[in-house]
Design a protein around this ligand. Structure first.
Ligand SMILES: Cc1ncc(COP(=O)(O)O)c(C=O)c1O
Length: 380
């Protein structure tokens, strides 16, 4: 199968129970949820409700109705950002955001004349949270932080940022694309108002699944309006969750897979998953630095990062190295900006990009040995 080291883009392989659940739904049920009153449709409803419940409990959240399903974290972030920010509002965000946040904000800068403060981070992706306090204005309407950078892996102090947002009474939105499923997240302890997640990365679920967890009473305007399966004579979008923000037929097959992947993660234990990925990351950091002409970006302490390591081989283009790794050694890594140009401003790689290794739960140390062997050959 080759060596897959692009888990920061999407996790692969998936646990077999996930694929089986999608298949089983397609073959044995296949009905829409929240629509029909016949037996199979009720089973579909039950499955979706169970998925909301499992996801809520994974993040220590009490209200499954406020787990809104989306097609990915990009949609979840757009829903929260566009649903909250109004004409002339101010927003505070990190220097590490993915374009899922950044392009959404830049679009609203044009459309709604919002203003944006980007909090500086160090070259290693560490944020000075005091800067957040100082940047808050009377019209600050949202604080958005990624939980971990998808370029440098650096984990952000979301609990402390959340504390500031609670004191200043500003909604706090966390992009947990890289962390959900591998780092413990507790929306109460971590002071998170809005948690955006995607199903297909460390949650080990299918593509086309994601969600937004709403742990606050701030108003969020719907991104879409349309059929919700109930209140059909009412001409406007219903005002209760999840229907207010969840419209159109859901990806129940995908949600069936996501339900199983969340159960799988719980049965393995997030701590065990995190420990294994951290060990391999530590091993990779130790081994990679002995490759000649290697330049590794971001923190060198595995405890500060997730299983994401960006690097370059001096004098070689990242794309060329990735091409040879794939074509000659059957090793899959990603090359480029990884949709997060701001992070490259910090490390000076906006023109050249980086190679990125994304370590997942199913990688082993031998995968790193093979990568290091191939890189040594390539740089020669
Ligand atoms: C931090 C971060 N945010 C957002 C995204 C977008 O994820 P999706 O394509 O699942 O919407 C990614 C994926 O690369 C990411 O790493």
């Amino acid at each position: 199968m080759g060596i897959y080291l692009d888990n920061a883009a999407t996790s692969y392989p998936k646990p077999k129970v996930v694929a089986n659940a999608v298949y089983d739904f397609m073959i044995n049920n296949g009905t829409s949820s929240g629509r029909g009153s016949y037996q199979k449709a009720m089973e579909s409803d039950f499955l979706v409700y169970n998925a909301r419940k499992e996801i809520a409990s994974l993040f220590n959240f009490d209200d499954p109705k406020r787990v809104i399903f989306t097609s990915n974290v990009t949609e979840s972030l757009n829903l929260a950002i566009r649903g909250i920010l109004k004409e002339g509002d101010h927003v505070v965000t990190s220097s590490l955001e993915h374009n899922a946040v950044w392009r959404c904000l830049k679009t609203l800068e044009k459309e709604r004349k919002i203003s944006i403060t980007k909090i500086d981070a160090t070259k290693e992706g560490h944020t000075n949270i005091e800067e957040i306090n100082k940047s808050i204005r009377d019209n600050t309407a949202l604080i958005i932080f990624t939980h971990a950078s998808n370029v440098l892996g650096t984990i952000q102090p979301i609990k402390e940022i959340g504390r500031i947002s609670r004191i200043r009474k500003i909604p706090f939105l966390v992009d947990a694309a890289q962390t959900a499923g591998v780092l413990p997240i507790d929306v109460k302890e971590d002071n998170i108002d809005l948690l955006a997640f995607t199903g297909h990365k460390s949650l080990l679920g299918p593509m086309g699944t994601g969600g937004l967890l709403i742990n606050c009473e701030y108003n969020i305007e719907p991104l879409k309006s349309g059929g919700t399966g109930g209140d059909s004579a009412y001409e406007y979008q219903p005002d209760y969750y999840p229907n207010k923000l969840e419209t159109g037929t859901l990806n129940v097959g995908g949600i069936a897979g996501l339900l199983e992947s969340v159960k799988y993660i719980k049965s393995e234990g997030i701590d065990k998953i995190h420990k294994k990925e951290t060990e391999i990351t530590k091993y990779a950091l130790e081994k990679l630095r002995f490759v000649k002409n290697m330049e590794i970006y971001g923190p060198k302490k595995s405890d500060d990062i997730l299983g994401v390591i960006s690097f370059n081989i001096k004098g070689m283009r990242a794309e060329d190295v990735a091409y040879v790794l794939d074509s000659k050694y059957d090793i899959m890594v990603r090359a480029g900006l990884h949709c997060a140009p701001s992070a490259h401003d910090l490390i000076g790689t906006k023109d050249i990009g980086t190679l990125r290794v994304g370590i997942g739960y199913f990688n082993e140390k031998e995968d790193i040995d093979k990568l290091v062997y191939a890189l040594n050959k390539i740089q020669k």
